[in-house]
Design a protein around this ligand. Structure first.
Ligand code: CTP
Ligand code: MG
Length: 546
């Protein structure tokens, strides 16, 4: 697949990204829609089982196999051991559900909703046998930043540091499966009302830029139902459903989300902290899904947001440098408090990703095409006009010519900071359609055009101080990368390259401008003065040697 290709001196990502195994159909790379359909279908055949802490993998699989063939499975830790089991046939789940009991209501009263979340227990004898065997747990979170920094110091170039970061942070095949399962479990509730609806993931869970631990954005899709209605209009007769009419689509969205939100809150096993945020620009229900461990945002079909997920997917697949640079910049931004998990005037990950993409469009030769160029490659099947917005772009990755640009990630990381450190944000905006800086259409500190809704600024929330902080940090980072003596750093075991940029630029970071100036101006002089007071020659040497 394209994202694993080595171009020029560029190194391929060392670990398999989730989904690569199934990435081709008839010798052609699967499109975003094909991949999504396949994964949604897999999730429908999947169950999640809470297991005892000492479990015999063999015994569990043996027991489940009596209901049908198991395609894949894995274990993970999330307030106890869980097993995700993917059957090869959906009917196996019905067969399993037939024999599963409902817990008796001793202390709590139970709602008898039969989901695909089960609890497995073992009788005493089996449990003893199980204690002997160890099961492999698949990690669902990334390593802490301090461990990452240590790992990065052992790499041999900034490029390989960036691929190491990508490898540690990106979603794994197992984590992607778990995300689709969470959507599929919510689908079960939505279908109680709308049997044709599907709950699909969008945003960073599917756009190739998701990092372990990021939340699951999901939307309720009625498109399947709409297609069905259109079919009925053929022929000499016409039949249509009688439907409830409401004064606006927004109101319909709010009503649907309100009911499904209540449903998850009252009856959803493991759905906690359900919050209905129906007055937002894009109404949504937030909740925490304990069995999978995900924080979820459920909205109703927002075609443009879905198209932008697909657009990012295309960019993420085109060249292995795109994701490596995006992950590094996002991690850098998080460490320095430029991004935050609570909404506010901070730059979002989505905006940062767009800035990186724009920067890569502007390289010479460009590393990735502009949205207009992707639109020019679209065929009839790719045409999507949503309202008055043209969201067409090519879906077949093989139609896009690979870039001739062979810059290394070392160069790109430095150039990114240099470029945005001196970008004229007062005058210019970032336009990915054209791949060009254009005059700002309105006076916002940071203006990034939504690639499809051209009158929307995706970074409208960002205020002047946050933008200034971004610029200052970008300049400081460019300065560190330019000045540093890598070999010296490696010898003295100091963090170097990307690692040096992932330490907050304060008192403790030996690399920053302020510290260096201060270092020479006060610290060194102070220690020299101190050394003069010392009578011991050894101590004097130590102090001077510092
Ligand atoms: N989105 C958008 N315009 C915005 C914000 C979001 O179109 N101003 C869409 C994008 O498609 C985005 C998705 O909504 O990918 C989800 O938004 P969000 O969760 O904020 O971003 P993610 O890309 O999912 O990144 P993160 O990992 O931070 O959640
Ligand atoms: Mg998200």
């Amino acid at each position: 697949p394209a994202w694993a290709l080595s171009r020029g001196s560029v190194r391929p990502a060392p670990r398999r990204r989730g989904g690569r195994r199934h990435a081709e159909v008839n010798g052609r790379k699967k499109t975003f829609t094909e991949l999504q359909t396949e994964r949604l279908e897999q999730a429908e055949r999947t169950v999640l089982i809470k297991c005892p802490s000492k479990i015999s993998e063999k015994k569990l699989l043996q027991y489940l196999s009596s209901h049908g063939k198991i395609n894949s499975h894995f274990f993970f830790e999330n307030r106890g051991i869980h097993a995700l089991i993917e059957f090869s046939d959906k009917n196996s789940i019905a067969s399993l559900q037939d024999v599963i009991g409902i817990p008796g209501a001793t202390e709590h009263h139970v709602v008898p909703f039969k989901s695909r979340l089960f609890t497995f227990t073992m009788k005493n004898l089996v449990a003893q046998a199980a204690a002997e065997t160890q099961i492999r747990l698949s990690p669902q979170s990334h390593i802490p930043v301090k461990d990452l920094i240590q790992k990065l110091c052992g790499a041999d170039s900034i490029s390989s540091q960036m691929y190491t970061l990508l490898n540690e942070y990106q979603l794994t095949e197992e984590n992607i499966k778990l995300r689709y399962l969470a959507c599929s479990l919510v689908s079960d509730f939505a279908r109680a009302y709308f049997p044709d609806s599907v709950v699909k993931p969008f945003g960073s869970s599917v756009n190739t830029f998701g990092k372990l631990g990021c939340d699951v954005d999901m939307f309720l899709d009625f498109n399947e139902a709409r297609k069905h209605i259109k079919k009925m209009t053929k022929g000499p007769f016409e039949m249509e459903y009688q439907l409830k009419r409401l004064p606006s689509e927004r109101l319909a969205t709010q009503k649907i989300l309100s009911v499904i939100g209540d449903c998850l809150d009252h009856f959803g096993p493991g759905c906690v902290s359900v919050q209905k945020i129906l007055n937002a620009r894009c109404p949504l229900v937030k909740f925490s899904h304990q069995p999978t461990g995900f924080q979820c945002d459920l909205s109703v079909s927002n075609s443009i947001a879905i198209k932008s997920s697909e657009l990012l997917y295309i960019y993420g697949c085109l060249d292995s440098r795109v994701r490596a640079l995006v992950f590094s910049i996002r991690c850098w931004a998080r460490v320095h408090g430029l991004t935050n998990s609570v909404p506010g005037a901070w730059i979002t990950n989505f905006s940062l990703t767009m800035m990186v993409i724009f920067f890569l469009q502007k390289r010479s030769p460009p590393i990735i095409p502009t949205v207009d160029q992707l639109r020019a490659l679209a065929d009839d099947e790719d045409r999507h006009v949503i309202g008055s917005y043209d969201c067409s772009f090519v879906s077949d990755l093989s139609k896009i010519n690979p870039t001739k640009n062979t810059e290394t990630l070392d160069e790109l990381l430095y150039s990114f900071f240099e470029y945005f450190g001196s970008f004229d944000f007062r005058k210019n905006s970032i336009n990915l359609r054209k791949g060009k800086e254009v005059n700002k259409p309105e006076s916002c500190p940071l203006y990034i055009w939504n690639p499809f809704e051209q009158d929307l600024n995706i970074s409208k929330n960002v205020n002047q101080p946050q933008l200034e902080k971004f610029v200052a940090l970008a300049r400081e980072s460019a300065w560190i990368l330019k000045k540093e003596d890598k070999t010296q750093r490696m010898i003295s075991k100091e963090p170097w390259g990307l690692a040096a940029l992932l330490i907050p630029f304060g008192k403790n970071n030996p690399n920053t401008i302020k510290n260096r100036a201060k270092g020479i101006g006060s610290e060194t002089i102070k220690s020299l003065l101190d050394s003069l007071k010392l009578s011991n020659v050894n101590n004097l040497q130590k102090a001077v040697g510092k």
